[in-house]
Design a protein around this ligand. Sequence first.
Ligand code: SF4
Length: 424
Amino acid sequence: MPKFHIWTIGCQMNKAESAEITAHLAQMGYEATSKLKEADLVVLNTCVVRQAAEEKVLGTLGYLKGMKTTNSDLHILVTGCFVNPKVEALRAQFPYVNLFFRPGDYSELARWLQNQSGNKELVASLSAQKAKPTAFVPIIQGCNNFCSYCIVPYRRGREKSRPIEDIICEVQRLATLGVKEVTLLGQNVNSYGRDLLTRPTLSSLLVELNNIDGLARIRFLTNHPKDMDQDLVEAISRLDKVCKHITLPIQSGDDGILRAMRRGYTAEQYRNLVQTIRNHVPGIALSTDVIVGFPGETEEQFGQTLDLLEEIRFDVVHIASYSPRAGTIAARKYDDGVTAEIKKDRFNRLEAVNERIAGEINSGFLGKTVEVLVEGVKGGKYYGRTRGDKLVFFESGKDCTGQLLSIEITTTSPWALQGFIRHA
Ligand code: SF4
């Protein structure tokens, strides 16, 4: 049986797509290996959002080129954001790559695999695998927003939603296989459906998915604040399977920086939005993304971000230091004027605030009982997540993966909770 190895970096979308590619390859009779050197076929699922990620991709391609000189039968496939629309230019630059396919373009992958097999009717039975309790489901690809720092719209293209029937079908199938929680994915998930003729919305999709038997939880990410409408907020509040947790990137607390980032909202509008969400869904867990050191960011402007974090008190803040990406508006328009030392200092200060606030929020769980969907074992302990996306560790004498358990919390930290199973 030929073996394949998938190398994945980047966002949840890439992880979801790698799972899909794995299923395609298994169907075509390939066996997965975690060892690159054992593989007959290597798939690179790439990310270029940051310069460092793109360099990693180039380094790995260079390494594979070396492998191919000693093993000319090795097949190399590349997907993800590195594969821009100019595929011909990529082919010329990396002639040793067998196939470049756009993210999510599984028909291109299937065509290539069928050509390799030489048998269009090839059907290799999938070995019966135990389904994982959680699954990612991409529902919209690409982005129309062109935030000035971001390369996604250039690499992934404009927004393209999947038909609502396809998504419902896929989630029904996953639930039948034993999946209890799905996370709907999109770079801009809450603008789902605007490009489709029937104009479905994320909230109408959530209503449909909420009716699926066997499914216990629904999440979705990442949201754009300007696309959070009242319908969606009400759907989160009303639908019992929709987790009371939302990812809502702010990026900066300063209006000047938000304007330069082309984010389409002010700090005040963001504050009001959070207030509306909290009014409708009391206790909702909130995550956000922040970029420090955007070109020209002054200490005072950075201070606005710090203040906003103190005021809103997010459960989780994902922090990134600005790095210019060639081709983006910010890279063309601004000098990367903030030094690496200043970026590092701001990153650390923001991280300290995040850590303190997350620690305080999590300490509120001490002695409480939470519902945990068990995902597996890490470091000898079972782990899973609450509906509010808190990571929880506990011990169990028997395999409880895939179960929804009540866990009483005995220890907390900014990053995770620990506890024991409470039997009814
Ligand atoms: S919303 Fe902005 S940051 Fe998010 S993917 Fe689109 S362009 Fe990039």
